[in-house]
Design a protein around this ligand. Sequence first.
Ligand SMILES: *Cc1c(COP(=O)(O)O)cnc(C)c1O
Length: 350
Amino acid sequence: MRAELEIDCGAIAANWEGLRGRAAPGACGAAIKADAYGLGAAPVGRALLAAGCRHFFVAHLDEGLVLRAALGAAPMIAVLNGFAPGADGPAALTPVLNHLGDLEVWAGRGQPAILHVDTGMARLGLDAAEVAVLRDDPSLLCRVPLRYVMTHLACADTPEHPLNAIQLARFTAIRAALPTLPASLANSSGLFLGPAFASDLARPGCALYGLNPTPGQPNPMRPVVRLTAPILQLREIPAGASVGYGASWTALRPSRIATVAAGYADGYLRSLSGQSFGRLAGRPVPLVGRVSMDLLTFDVTDAPPPAPGAAIELIGADNTPDEIAAHAGTIGYEVLTALGTRYARVHHGG
Ligand SMILES: *Cc1c(COP(=O)(O)O)cnc(C)c1O
């Protein structure tokens, strides 16, 4: 008996439609790196393509090749981490050029690319000195057919953070100093920072997958993921009995414990031990004892006795990846990308 991961591709498409509305009149792409944040790049990509998305962003060349095979020749697939130094890279993918050396390698090849300038991340992208070199001698730029100039926001999920306006000002100044190119700026949260952050091409990721791009405010996105794990065993334990490794939880009363088939090897983070809930027939049931590799234990004493074969919902509309992440001391992105390969995966509407 395996846990089941349901992915609502219809909800992903609807979320993309909503974000496209915010991105207009610019275009709206999709960040689909890391196997579409763990949800399956091929089915998610096909659903987004059918919804009208024509610009996809992956991190690695290999991710791009998988996506190209799934989507056919038409859409742009950009590789954020660029191609390996000196590597040709397949013509079907669009490299993101992250430093001057990349531009020099790409000059004269005739293959379209995206130029990344850094405005406050200090991770990838041309730094201020490299941008100054281009400003003083734009001939290099003219030798690469650049489709976009992009930058990435560091604090878009914190609207009041001063770095947002600083990055926007730096990006605007860089664009003014270079030959005119279409711009790509906002991630999911960036689309909620106001019209000044709109650009020619948005790159939302997390919000497509149902994570809240406006932390602290109601989530405007539709939930996408439902994870349910079947109950393998039910047992009655007396007061004083402990559950699981380390005997970290001891029953204070006679209790009914449900053991279900998922664990940290499936991305149910071990740091959730004693910190989370599942749902049984819609009612919250506390996770008790430690998360082990393949098993979880829930105290179902207060829930109606489960039917044989009943499942406990681990992630769903009432137990969102963002909430799970808060219990685990992390972010919803990590909860989604940690989802393992052992689930029976069902893509609805994909
Ligand atoms: C991951 C990523 C995105 C998408 O970010 P979200 O916060 O998931 O919307 C956009 N741009 C770049 C460069 C990224 O690495």
